[in-house]
Design a protein around this ligand. Structure first.
Ligand code: 2AM
Ligand code: CA
Length: 272
């Protein structure tokens, strides 16, 4: 089977397994802090995806949120970047609004992206250079917007941090409105569908954005960190995605003046 079709079937099957477990009692553990949670379903889903890949493609390298490949520092060969459940708090508290996210890279270049909204059974997917689809429907190229007519995705928790609120609050004030969905992968694909004009967050892990980024780029969206640099796949980054015009406006008119703070922030992220 072709790699793209293999990955597509795999993500759908993994989602189907999650749906079958909905309603079962969850085993929940805290990770870095009491609000950073993981469940048995996150772990089982990653294990299922990893074992299927290893069986068919033993040479592929895999980075997964729940423990696989965290020592990987280079992107040679074929690398899968996997979040088995993006939006774990939504999974636990809402039983919806979470996604399986997979990005596949060949020699560091995007090859394919998959973001599966499990409970709505909507698969966003793209093969690099071939356009993006929502289920089997092609997504049109993005239209430019101005900040004052844009809905911007942003997690309000970041507004409680003084240094970040200084740069983020003016964007919220000047935009049409802000929204938070609680799954970075879904928020990035909402930019790809045009439902959000932009999405920005000061810290994400590569598995949160790898899949969505490939889909977004296929519809002409721009994805960088807050400094306007490409997003790395081997360490955490800030993330700014949007249609071309709003991305440029947020970077130039709101973030650039904070570059000194941002450079210090990124030095810390790189060493995580
Ligand atoms: P997760 O559900 O896979 O943990 C919520 O705003 C989004 O940010 C989710 O995509 C969530 O991914 C991610 N997220 C939550 N805590 C994070 C952290 N400490 N670092 C990076 N990403 C995080
Ligand atoms: Ca996760």
């Amino acid at each position: 089977m072709h790699l793209y079709d293999f990955a597509k079937s795999l993500v759908l099957e993994a989602g189907n397994n999650i749906r079958k477990k909905m309603g079962d009692t969850l085993a929940i553990e805290a990770k870095s802090n009491p609000n950073d949670l993981v469940t048995n379903v996150d772990k089982e889903t990653e294990q299922f995806i990893v074992s299927q890949i290893q069986e068919s493609y033993p040479n592929h390298r895999i980075i997964g949120e729940e423990g696989h490949g965290h020592d990987i520092e280079t992107t040679e060969g074929i690398v899968w970047v996997i979040d088995p459940i993006d939006g774990t708090l939504n999974f636990i508290h809402q039983s919806e609004n979470f996604a399986i996210s997979i990005g596949i890279f060949k020699e560091g270049k995007p090859y394919a992206g998959f973001v599966y909204d499990v409970m709505r059974d909507v698969l966003y997917h793209a093969k690099s250079g071939k356009g993006a689809l929502m289920n089997e429907e092609p997504l049109p190229l993005l239209e430019d917007t101005v900040v004052s007519e844009s809905i911007i995705g942003m997690n309000p928790n970041w507004l409680t941090k003084p240094k970040l609120s200084t740069m983020l609050v003016p964007i919220v004030s000047d935009s049409r409105s802000a929204r938070a969905y609680g799954s970075a992968a879904l928020e990035i694909v909402y930019v790809a569908t045009g439902q959000l004009a932009a999405y920005m967050t000061p810290r994400l892990q590569p598995w949160d954005y790898a899949g969505g980024l490939i889909i977004l780029e296929e519809v002409g969206g721009i994805a960088t960190n807050f400094l306007g640099e490409p997003l790395a796949m081997t360490y955490p980054n800030s993330v700014l995605v949007g249609n071309k015009k709003v991305h440029t406006a947020i970077r130039q008119d709101y973030l650039r003046q904070h570059d000194e703070t941002l450079i210090a922030l990124h030095e810390k992220l790189k060493n995580k």
